[in-house]
Design a protein around this ligand. Structure first.
Ligand code: NAD
Ligand code: ZN
Length: 343
């Protein structure tokens, strides 16, 4: 089969012929239809310091996908050939305290598909049945392909109640944009989305933002006045990984406000802890998604009218992956998809 492989310890990816994966008795073999390019894949492509420390050379990359079941192991009795599925990208140990308690998203020993386990940018991917999510038949296939980052958005956006609340989202990348749509759907009042990239901000209003704010030219405080907000934001979703964005968020929260941190900074971040303490702000770290409550929530939110399709701005044949990766890295795109049926 064809697969996108990190074949050499340098920048780049290589579309190669590799053996099809074999499956064990508990595994599901999936024919990949469409995949989404994530920031993680861009790091692996450019072979930055994180990728060099983390990713083994020779790995098939990629973790955002939708596909169709083509074979199942002898222990698998609840997936059938032809089922439309995606995979939860975190392989959990099943034995640590959190796993044993059913809190698999808190596993102490997760491994990542396409990071340190064979990934999904390929014609076929094999996964343990416990990592497979069957989609409802009415799901849009492009949206199904991005259930992984959509799940990051949902898990973060619903970390705290948002009904009637004013929400600040820093970072209008694909995840921040989807989070805007989610909190809007969940009943937030004002949804202010910030970025420093005008192309990204253009997508924020169609995704449900009340205000799309370029913080290079206008302050969050000014916007609060325009919106006649009295006391600051109730909920903050940090989705940029940028330290300045986080500091601006802390400075603009209401007393008792709640912050969920998804964006991953590249270095240590200095924060005004006095403000967090004296203003009684809750800060919560978010990693991944909840298995599988987030997947269920995504499904029913789509069925009750949530639309995240405007975040998908580009589609390429998998063979045009170089152009697709360049587009995703340019900052002038939302979500970029690869079509594995059009190789
Ligand atoms: P992205 O890089 O596409 O988007 C980040 C956005 O933040 C960009 O549009 C960028 O212009 C913007 N930004 C930069 N500086 C800013 C500033 N000062 N103020 C406001 N915005 C600013 O990333 P994404 O794919 O949407 O993911 C969002 C973040 O979440 C990334 O940091 C990513 O690494 C992280 N992430 C975390 C998890 C997790 O499980 N915790 C999972 C996936 C992604
Ligand atoms: Zn575990």
């Amino acid at each position: 089969m064809k697969a996108l492989v990190k074949s050499e310890p340098k920048a780049g990816l290589w579309l190669e012929d590799v053996p099809e994966p074999t499956i064990g008795i508990n595994d599901v073999l999936i024919r990949v239809l469409r995949t989404g390019i994530c920031g993680t894949d861009l790091h692996i492509h450019s072979w930055d310091a994180w990728a060099r420390r983390t990713v083994p050379v020779g790995l098939i990359i990629g973790h955002e996908f939708v596909g169709e079941v083509v074979a199942v192991g002898s222990n698998v009795n609840d997936f059938l050939t032809g089922d439309l599925v995606s995979g939860e990208g975190h392989l959990v140990c099943g034995r640590c305290r959190n796993c044993m308690a059913g809190r698999r998203h808190l596993c102490a020993h997760t491994r990542g598909i396409g990071v340190n386990h064979a990934g999904a940018f390929a014609e076929y991917v094999a996964l343990p049945m416990t990592n497979v999510w069957r989609h409802s038949p009415d799901v849009d296939r492009d949206v199904a392909a991005i259930f992984d980052p959509f799940g990051n958005a949902v898990h973060t956006a619903l970390a705290f109640p948002v009904l009637g609340e004013d929400v600040l989202i820093t970072g209008a990348g694909p995840i921040g944009l989807m989070a805007a749509a989610v909190v809007r759907h969940a009943g937030a009042r004002h949804v202010v989305v910030t970025d420093v990239n005008p192309c990204r901000l253009e997508l924020a209003t169609p995704m449900g933002a009340t205000v799309a704010l370029d913080t290079r030219t206008q302050s969050i405080g000014d916007v609060q006045q325009t919106l006649e907000m009295a006391e600051g934001f109730d909920v903050g979703l940090e989705m940029s990984g940028n330290p300045d964005a986080l500091r601006e968020m802390v400075a603009n929260m209401a007393h008792g406000g709640r912050i969920a941190l998804l964006g991953i900074p590249t270095e240590e971040v200095a924060l005004d802890l006095n403000r967090i303490i004296l203003n009684m702000i809750t800060v919560k770290g978010i990693y991944g998604r909840q298995m599988y409550e987030t997947w269920y929530t995504m499904t029913v939110m789509l069925q009750s009218g949530l639309d995240v399709r405007p975040v998908i701005t580009h589609r390429f044949a998998a063979s045009a992956f170089e152009e697709a990766f360049a587009t995703a890295a340019s900052g002038r795109a939302g979500k970029v998809l690869l079509d594995w049926e059009a190789l």
